[in-house]
Design a protein around this ligand. Structure first.
Ligand SMILES: Nc1nc2c(c(=O)[nH]1)N[C@@H](CN(C=O)c1ccc(C(=O)N[C@@H](CCC(=O)O)C(=O)O)cc1)CN2
Ligand SMILES: NCC(=O)N[C@@H]1O[C@H](COP(=O)([O-])[O-])[C@@H](O)[C@H]1O
Length: 208
């Protein structure tokens, strides 16, 4: 079966990128990461890509006059590489509608909370876990969703809950949530490559 062409967009350490790399190596995903794009310079995620000899680009918003031109630059690379599936993995910029429309239900994102809680503009990275601890919820978790024009508003593919412990710090909670992310994201990608994800409006049905 033809391997899907995957691009991964990062902004930092790339632990979710590594989880996808590892899952492909383990034969769990029928795909190939053709491209890694970072919107930040010198992040460790780029080192992970280089180690695997994956083509990688740093595309900085500061190099463009407008955010629209920056989005266009990203879209151009994705089209040049004939990408089938875009994975946002610790990616911290909101993509505009041009990119979203170019890849209908073919851009995924992973978010470290149970959407629709603790998500949207301003909720990223450790800020999410900080808000979770400050609110005092007993359950948080991980959400994998298709990307639409809003921030974390796209149809939800998979979710898994993570208990919040009384003694948790942002760091301890982040580490426990990351472990679930590294399991859930590859599972969502695998379902996509198997053609088992059917989107109807806001709902994602997983076909047996
Ligand atoms: N069109 C979309 N683009 C992106 C989505 C999405 O759902 N739709 N998800 C985000 C990832 N994300 C949460 O999962 C997220 C990332 C960043 C922000 C945010 O508020 N960012 C700040 C800037 C932060 C920075 O540049 O360091 C902002 O936009 O002011 C919220 C949610 C990826 N893209
Ligand atoms: N809103 C997006 C967001 O907060 N993404 C989060 O950034 C962290 C670092 O990812 P990484 O280790 O894969 O770079 C991960 O927890 C990911 O869920």
């Amino acid at each position: 079966m033809k391997k899907i062409k995957i691009a991964v967009l990062i902004s930092g350490g790339g632990s979710n990128l590594q989880a996808i790399i590892n899952a492909i190596k383990a034969g769990k995903i029928n795909g190939e990461i053709k491209l890694v794009i970072s919107d930040k310079k010198d992040v460790y995620g780029l080192e992970r890509a280089k180690k695997e000899e994956i083509h990688n680009f740093t595309i900085l918003q500061s190099d463009f006059s407008t955010k629209k031109q920056w989005n266009q630059a990203i879209l151009q690379v994705l089209e040049d590489y004939k990408i089938d599936l875009v994975l946002l993995a610790g990616f911290m910029s909101i993509l505009d509608k041009e990119i979203v429309k170019a890849f209908p239900n073919a851009i995924m994102n992973i978010h470290p909370s149970l959407i629709p809680s603790f998500c949207g503009k301003g909720y990223y990275g450790k800020k999410v876990h900080q808000a979770v601890l400050e609110y005092g919820v007993k359950l948080t978790g991980v959400s994998v969703h298709f990307v639409d024009e809003g921030a974390d508003t796209g149809p939800i593919i998979l979710q898994e809950a993570v208990k919040v412990k009384q003694e948790d710090t942002v760091e301890s909670l982040a580490q426990r949530v990351l472990k679930v992310e590294h399991k859930l994201y590859p599972k969502a990608v695998q379902l996509f490559t198997q053609g088992k994800l059917k989107v109807e409006g806001r709902k994602v049905f997983i076909l047996e």
